[in-house]
Ligand binder design. Sequence first.
Ligand code: FAD
Length: 365
Amino acid sequence: MRYDYLIVGSGLFGSIFAYEANKKGKKCLVIDKRNHIGGNIYTEKAEGINVHKYGAHIFHTSNKKVWDYIQQFAQFNRYTNSPIANYKGEIYNMPFNMNTFNKLWGVVTPEEAKAKINEQIKESGITEPHNLEEQAISLVGKDIYEKLVKGYTQKQWGRPCHELPAFIIKRLPVRFTYDNNYFNDLYQGIPIGGYTQIIEKMLSGIEVRLNCDFFEHRKELENIADKIIFTGMIDQYYDYCYGELEYRSLKFEEEILDTENYQGNAVVNYNEYEVPYTRIIEHKHFEYGPQPKTVITREYPATWQKGDEPYYPMNDEKNNALYSKYKALADKEDKVIFGGRLGMYKYFDMHHVIEEALKCVTKEL
Ligand code: FAD
């Protein structure tokens, strides 16, 4: 059997491409090395709750075209991301806003909050930050840094903040309103019924092979189609010929609890260093679930090693420079197109992936 397109990866990028190509009468084969479709947006039901198997996924965009596009495949609810931070049992609103400042210092007006932050920045005497700790204090002062930045950042990077470079934090979002909405985007929500239905609809009528790693069947697969859409790791595709790109990984620990409501919010960050996880997700709150039990996931930061799941590309100078060498090879290909967050080595939110996939479809088809 010959195909027009072999699509490696059934995540959002690969599935959009397959859907659009199929609509235009192209014959597609989609493969994925996992035992399910959907990549990292995959959700699975447990106790009647849609569990985000690869971390909390909240859809947000200001692009009307993207918002209209995704709604063909699911109805979205009015979920608004308003995470809270738990620091030694004290609860603070995120991102840092007037509710946070009121809880920290008892200030009531934006003017008072600004004065307090400026006072702390001035007290620090830092004019030229030499590391992340100094950088954060010079941006928001010591109270916010100590309670809400320090421990969390140390856990994420696996190193004390005074040993981390200043450039990691360019700015820290501070809002002088009582608005707990994390995103500023025009549109936001969670697909009622989970994300997997979106991918199922996109791939309906298209041949899909699961548990199929491109690299294990490379010889056979490379000649099965006229073109390949590759959404796996670009450095692996080129056999790491220039070296390995780096990623950040995560570990998830899921638990079903015999309680109706564990933490009262979908996302709670744990900002102190002594708690080993960075956040707990309680999935039912994404869809206002009335189920008698609940499912939670503790999310642990993890250093990535070859073979681990590569969740976040490390888009620093060193890795971006290495990626551009692979990109130069990719640009010379006429049979292979690289897409998605691993193929393009870029941290993409879902709305970015939709934009990129539609751009790719328009150019290709
Ligand atoms: P992926 O979803 O990674 O799909 C790639 C697929 O290719 C995978 O299924 C993989 O198994 C398969 N594959 C790879 N290599 C091979 C191979 N060799 N052979 C066969 N198959 C292969 N975005 C938001 O908009 N909002 C959020 O709140 C949000 N939260 C996130 C939280 C976490 C923890 C993470 C990791 C990401 C989050 N994102 C969020 C980003 C979102 O997950 C991505 O934008 C989106 O899933 C990327 O789609 P993709 O198709 O590029 O990649």
